[in-house]
Design a protein around this ligand. Structure first.
Ligand code: ADP
Ligand code: MG
Length: 691
């Protein structure tokens, strides 16, 4: 292995490469574009493109692609060769500024939710210079945004960039009130990625994993995660080799993969990168997922990114660590040392608390998917109810503020969020409440609801927009204040009391929490269709339109795409279940019970009692009949899906899923009765406990 520093970022056209390869003027112009969002002069674009191409060709690249994030959630690319004909039969390697800045992929088959009729299929991609170009599979990848010809946004990146701008503007406004001038405030994100690794040969024998990413059948293995021996346990050598390889590949792409460890479930692992800007973190997480799958393949594994590949053991999530950082290097969620810093910290903290309370539904929507529904509310992931954990010490501070303790005339050591006597805010780093969906962890918030396969753009768009709104409102109010300190104290107290219902330090898995949450008036959106129906609630439309993130049409299109995707996913699962039931499970049960029956008949014919066999045959036959009935019911349910998109999503959740579950229950019981040699595919034991 090459030394890490030489390896790190070696496939990225980053700032140091730019500095080395570009003329001084071009470098300066590009930096202005990156840091201040200024348009790039076409002449400069040509210089940058040519330097990028030379660099990429030296690294072995032959093609380039505009790399973008359509609403399917995965990344898309269309490769073009650098090669241009010369006229004399030879060719030269070419790449122009125009090709760098703008691409025109045929976009007709990407989902647009009715925004773009297929006859005007052309969309265009536009370079996002704030995310570095990189080389992957001998292709220069240029991170881009994706829009329709009429300017409607068709991807996840454009709204993310917009939300970051709005957030930066409002946060800078608030900081000005504290006497700080900053050019930019950036949302920083560190996504911790969970995944499963299973053996390729076993995977190949499981049509459910191949077609749906999760096991649709499977009785629990004799051992699950009850011993808790896998979490942070020693890593199997085969997995260790995979992790080392993964780190190396990620480092080459400039991704700071930092920690790799085992997770709670058998065969489950996690990779945590060092945080970066929300935009880059999103791109890098998309890349990480892709690289994980590729590297797994090299090691004879398949990497499962589905939220719930196995029933009965933990699913996989993606903890989205989020904070705010100024261009002067200050983390705005870091409690300060001086009272004034503390006042500023408390204002930002309050803004986040208000944002989460006001937009619980948007946060829930941002993590809604068929896969994640199996996880949220299970005994492993945060519940579907959104709440904020701040830890005991910070809670005490907040409660004291709400009660109004701590005006300058009260006892020494008490709190005052003005400039006088606020004590240092204790950091709660140790007592982490793992059951909270949104936890303050010292100097950042950890949003734990996103699913492992998610593009994190959406959760971060929601967070950025909601927090930006709080900050904008607070700035507006405080800018008018005659006495800043007094107004600030009053505002923080008022807002914390108004939104204290969202604060919850207790056990999110507890049976009493949903009741308590209902008493507090918190939302409990049980599944994806239920959550998605709130996307276009008036307050949400008002938020996005006022900030210029989405138009009402774009919101509806996104809502419809998500509903459709949900229904499609469940229907694919249902059809795969039916296929497996008809072609594999039911025939296996029949042939095994026939074989046992034949044996019993032979034994009986020579006068040997075969009571045990006969009983087994009877049980299997009865259960198989019941399974056949439930299979037929599922068949009928699938045939009766409503046309309407919203209705079909509801129907899938309320009718199809329970029908699948009903069939599975019996199939899993049969798995335990049928001989291993007859069972048509590897079991949970095979899948989760390989060596
Ligand atoms: P923990 O042990 O609590 O999970 P870590 O320090 O290991 O905490 O961080 C977990 C994740 O949070 C990492 O991906 C890390 O990069 C990220 N993180 C740390 N600080 C910030 C921050 N200021 N903004 C965003 N993410 C952060
Ligand atoms: Mg974490």
């Amino acid at each position: 292995m090459k030394k890490i520093p030489a390896l790190f970022g070696s496939m990225v056209f980053n700032e140091s490469v730019m500095k080395e390869r570009l003329t001084k003027d071009a470098y300066r112009a590009l930096c202005r574009t990156i840091k201040e969002g200024r348009a790039l002069d076409p002449a400069v674009a040509d210089v940058v493109a040519s330097a990028m191409k030379d660099w990429a060709v030296e690294k072995g690249a032959t093609h380039f692609t505009h790399w973008f994030q359509p609403m399917t959630g995965v990344t898309a690319e269309k490769h073009d060769a650098f090669l241009s004909p010369c006229g004399d039969g030879s060719g030269i390697m070419e790449f122009s500024g125009k090709e760098l800045i703008k691409g025109e992929p045929d976009a007709s088959s990407f989902p647009s939710g009715g925004l773009r009729a297929t006859f005007e299929a052309r969309g265009y991609t536009a370079w996002d210079p704030t995310s570095y170009a990189f080389i992957k599979d001998d292709t220069l990848c240029i991170p881009t945004a994706f829009c329709s010809y009429r300017g409607e946004i068709l991807d996840k990146k454009t709204p993310l960039l917009r939300s970051m701008d709005v957030l930066s503007r409002e946060a800078a406004r608030v900081l000005r009130l504290f006497g700080k001038e900053v050019r930019r405030v950036t949302a920083t994100v560190g996504p911790e990625q969970e995944y499963f690794l299973i053996d390729k040969a076993d995977y190949a024998k499981r049509p459910d994993l191949i077609l749906t990413g999760r096991t649709l059948f499977g009785a629990p293995a004799p051992k699950g995660q009850e011993m808790e021996d896998h979490y942070f346990g020693s890593i199997r050598p085969r997995v260790k080799a995979f992790m080392a390889d993964l780190d190396e590949e990620l480092w080459k792409l400039g991704i700071y993969a930092k920690t790799e460890h085992n997770e709670v479930a058998p065969s489950q692992h996690e990779m945590a990168p060092i945080f970066t800007t929300a935009n880059l973190a999103t791109d890098q997480n998309q890349l990480t997922m892709e690289v994980m799958k590729k590297v797994a393949n090299r090691h004879g594994f398949v990497c499962l990114l589905h939220e719930k590949p196995f029933e009965g053991v933990n699913g996989s999530g993606k903890h989205n660590n989020w904070a705010l950082s100024t261009d002067t290097g200050e983390n705005l969620l870091d409690p300060g040392k001086t009272p004034m810093d503390n006042a500023q910290f408390l204002l930002f903290l309050t803004a986040v608390i208000r944002a989460v309370d006001e937009y619980q539904d948007l946060l829930r929507i941002s993590v809604a998917s068929a896969g994640n529904d199996h996880r949220l509310g299970g005994n492993e992931a945060p519940p579907a109810i959104v709440s904020v954990y701040v830890g005991d010490e910070l809670s005490d501070v907040i409660n004291a503020l709400i009660r109004g303790i701590g005006h300058s005339d009260s006892a020494p050591g008490s709190m005052d969020i003005g400039v006088t006597a606020l004590p240092p805010i204790p950091l709660d780093n140790s007592d982490r409440n793992r059951t909270s969906p949104f936890a303050f962890t010292g100097n950042k918030f950890e949003f734990r609801m996103p699913g492992s396969s998610f593009n994190i753009a959406c959760p971060n768009i929601m967070l950025n927009c909601a927090v930006a709104e709080s900050l904008g409102l607070y700035a507006g109010e405080l800018e008018q204040a005659r006495d800043f300190d007094t107004a600030l104290s009053a505002l923080i107290r008022r807002e914390l009391s108004a939104h204290s219902r969202i604060l919850f330090n207790g056990n999110g898995y507890g049976a009493d929490w949903p009741e308590e949450a209902a008493r507090r008036g918190l939302m409990n959106l049980h599944n994806t269709p239920e959550a998605l129906e709130h996307f276009d609630d008036a307050k949400n439309v008002a938020l996005f339109t006022s900030q210029g993130i989405y138009t009402p049409e774009e919101i509806h299109s996104r809502q419809e795409i998500a509903q459709e995707e949900y229904a499609k996913t469940i229907l694919i699962e249902a059809r795969t279940s039916l296929d497996i039931l008809h072609k594999q499970i039911i025939p296996a049960c029949m042939s095994y019970s026939t074989q046992v029956a034949q044996g019993a008949a032979v034994k009986s014919s020579i006068g040997i009692s075969a009571e045990g066999e006969i009983a087994l045959v009877r049980t299997i036959t009865d259960k198989t009949s019941a399974l056949m009935e439930r299979t037929e019911a599922l068949d009928k349910a699938v045939a009766a899906v409503p046309e309407d998109v919203k209705e079909s999503a509801r129907y899938c959740a309320e009718t199809i899923l329970p029908a699948m579950e009903a069939a599975r229950t019996i199939a899993d019981q049969l798995e335990l009765l049928v001989d291993r040699a007859h069972w048509p595919f590897p079991t949970y034991r095979d899948l989760l406990f390989y060596v």
